[in-house]
Ligand binder design. Structure first.
Ligand code: SF4
Length: 432
């Protein structure tokens, strides 16, 4: 979501005549687009912006800005103004459309600070038609819903990005059609909780209807989405994905913890039993799909038994892979002031154990791919080996394979997997 916001900021800047440069020394404007989901990157922003003071002294016309959800936290603008007085421009995620006006202000010699101060229950309209400078490639991000109503107790997102607001159905369809015409092959539909899409539109259409309408968009061979809240994953949605041609058979379903006590403390709205029931319904309807997850260790009050339940859940469900996180308290959230914060060394021990269990499962699952032939969407040259191409299977496994005269970026090819690993599979092209 944050990277896609950067594409919009870049589009707005290009429309104003700016061009990208690789070096801060050559820049006329430098904007840090921040994310405040975790506290550590936030600290880094302060350090990085402080370092730019030297450039600002050498070139007083240089415009330095901070954008993104970090600045929407209570008191943050004042903190930045006090600690980083060389910052000229501050704007939030819901003020990107005001950037040209803010730049006029800065160029006239004033500071320009603009953050969204509306009522999180009602405000936050969606501005359509902003220029987007997408990174070149085969895949394009498309926002479908902004904000979140869930208030998971560890998460800052609902406080800084406001309540759920869905884009109009037709605006999304039109954007995806344009992307197909522009040569993109895959779209990734974005939202903090894509499954909530349409609830606020009140026209009866939901995320499953959107996927059905987008299926078979000319030029778009694959549709992905993130992120799905397991509580809101309906049978109708499973059915749509199972019967769609282009929606990929990859389900990213953040479990977060295997203990019902911890899940309740997190305010996730499901039990392990309900989550496992969802997984089995998905596996039944979409055989051969991949299921990945997010897991947090060391949530306040998590004891050895709770953690053992997470390990048991991981072993039983057998995720294709997992993003694992150590819980860190986020200022302004309910969990940050919960008693029984777990000591750092316990969290470290638990995350190491969890990663080792999950890695073993990932490798076992990937081994079953050996000798199978998979459809791969070619993304381009491998980042680590220029004599190889890389792409992804429909189940989101990264595959690299030798260059082939008939294969180019954006093509769908059949690749036989010859060697399997935890993160990257090796293969060879069998048909184009
Ligand atoms: S669903 Fe929970 S974790 Fe995800 S953005 Fe909303 S509050 Fe945060």
């Amino acid at each position: 979501m944050n990277e896609h916001d950067s594409e919009i900021i870049r589009g707005v800047l290009e429309q104003r005549g700016f061009q990208a440069t690789d070096s801060p020394d050559n820049a006329d404007i430098i904007i840090f687009n921040t994310c405040c989901v975790r506290e550590n990157p936030e600290r880094k922003v302060y350090g990085r912006v402080a370092e730019l003071k030297r450039l600002k002294m050498e070139n007083p016309d240089l415009i330095i800005g901070i954008a993104g959800c970090m600045v929407q936290q209570p008191g943050e603008v004042e903190r930045i103004a006090k600690r980083l007085p060389h910052v000229d421009l501050i704007f939030g995620t819901m003020n990107i459309h005001e950037l040209p006006e803010l730049l006029d202000q800065v160029e006239a010699g004033y500071k320009a600070y603009r953050i969204w101060e509306g009522d999180v229950e009602r405000d936050g309209s969606i501005i359509e038609g902003l220029p987007i400078r997408r990174a070149p490639g085969v895949s394009a991000w498309v926002s479908i819903i902004y904000g979140c109503n869930n208030f998971c107790s560890y998460c800052i997102v609902p406080y800084v990005r406001g309540r759920e607001r869905s884009r109009e159905f037709q605006d999304i369809i039109d954007e995806v059609k344009r992307l197909g015409q522009e040569g993109f092959h895959e779209v990734v539909l974005l939202g903090q909780n894509v499954n909530a899409y349409g609830r606020d539109l009140r026209d009866g259409r939901d995320f499953a209807d959107l996927l059905r309408a987008l299926d078979k968009t000319p030029g778009i061979s694959r549709i992905r989405y993130m992120t799905s809240h397991p509580r809101d994953f309906t049978d109708k949605l499973i059915y749509e994905i199972a019967s769609s041609e282009t929606v990929c058979e990859h389900f990213h379903l953040p479990l977060q913890a295997g203990s019902d006590r911890v899940l309740a403390g997190m305010n996730r709205g499901y039990t392990l039993e309900r989550y496992m029931d969802l997984v089995s319904r998905i596996r039944k309807a979409v055989p051969g799909c991949s299921i990945t997850t997010d897991l947090i260790v060391g949530f306040p009050g998590e004891d050895d038994d709770d953690f053992a339940e997470t390990l048991r859940a991981v072993e039983e469900i057998r995720f294709d892979s997992a993003f694992t996180f150590v819980y860190s308290p986020r200022r302004g959230t309910v969990a940050a002031s919960m008693p029984d914060q777990v000591p750092g060394e316990v969290k470290t021990e638990r995350i190491q154990q969890l990663i080792s269990v999950q890695n073993e499962i990932t490798e076992q699952i990937n081994r079953t791919l050996k000798e199978s032939v998979r459809e791969v969407l070619v993304e381009g040259e491998s980042k680590t080996n220029p004599s190889m191409l890389s792409g992804r299977t429909r189940t989101n496994k990264l595959v690299i394979f030798p260059l082939h005269p008939d294969v180019s970026q954006g093509g769908l090819v059949k690749v036989k997997i010859t060697e399997t690993r935890a993160w990257t599979q090796i293969g060879e092209v069998v048909s184009v």
